[in-house]
Design a binder for this molecule. Structure first.
Ligand SMILES: *Cc1c(COP(=O)(O)O)cnc(C)c1O
Length: 228
């Protein structure tokens, strides 16, 4: 399948989910996750109309950014080690994985203009997942006002791989509620208007529950060989 063919199918599914939820497809941003694919395939995605690109590792980001550059808006979606911040900060437009004070401090220090960040939340409570516990979110985001170069534009979560749609739905719904609570505070450093949730296998449910940013890898740029 070409990326364009995959994208057409995804857009149909987005439309369907939006119709169900009374939402406008224009309010959904597709982030094309290119972490498993070649530069050529990533370029194909951009040429097919993907404007937002996501990478989860420094190496992948460097490689893709070098070849695609300003044609895309760049999202860093993976765990970010503090010592690597200085290498990526000038390339990325959004960070989806802000989950600790030390990282906020480092980001704040390495840039001179505000960076749009999503705070990562571990809604499902799985030990293997990164992110803050839901009960710590408000205190954490409140504290971020001490770092003028951090702007909290939303919350992000990675749902577990589950077939039970109701459990997934509960996870997405919880994140939506958390996000609304923060948004209602009208903190200037944390407008928190976005929800980054939903991947290839669950983005329709995520959209029904309010996702504004869906992060799509395999359904968009696959199929590819599983790595590692
Ligand atoms: C890989 C990845 C995705 C995309 O996953 P697919 O299931 O291939 O769509 C989304 N978000 C994060 C954080 C990822 O690491």
């Amino acid at each position: 399948m070409t990326v364009a063919e995959n994208l057409t199918q995804i857009q149909k599914n987005i439309k369907q989910a939006c119709d169900k939820a009374g939402r406008n497809p224009e309010d959904i941003t597709i982030i094309g996750v290119t972490k498993y694919v070649t530069i050529e395939r990533a370029l194909e995605a951009v040429q097919s109309g993907i404007r937002h690109v996501g990478e989860n590792r420094l190496e992948g980001l460097l490689e893709k950014h070098q070849n695609i550059g300003e044609q895309a808006i760049w999202h860093f979606i993976g765990t970010l080690q503090s010592r690597k911040v200085k290498d990526v900060i000038h390339m990325i437009d959004y960070i989806h994985s802000l989950d600790r004070k030390s990282l906020a401090k480092e980001i704040n220090k390495r840039t001179d203009k505000p960076v749009d960040c999503f705070v990562q939340v571990n809604v499902s409570g799985e030990e293997s997942k990164h992110g803050l516990q839901p009960e710590n979110i408000e205190t954490f985001i409140d504290m971020l006002r001490n770092y003028p170069n951090i702007r909290v534009v939303g919350l992000m979560t990675m749902a577990p791989h589950l077939d039970d749609e109701n459990v997934l739905r509960d996870i997405f719904r919880s994140l939506h509620k958390l996000k609304s609570n923060i948004q209602d505070k009208r903190w200037t450093h944390a407008p928190c208007q976005y929800l980054s949730m939903g991947m290839s296998n669950d983005y329709q449910t995520a959209i029904e529950e309010g996702a504004t940013h869906i992060r799509i890898g395999s359904s968009l740029v696959g199929p590819y060989e599983e790595q590692g």
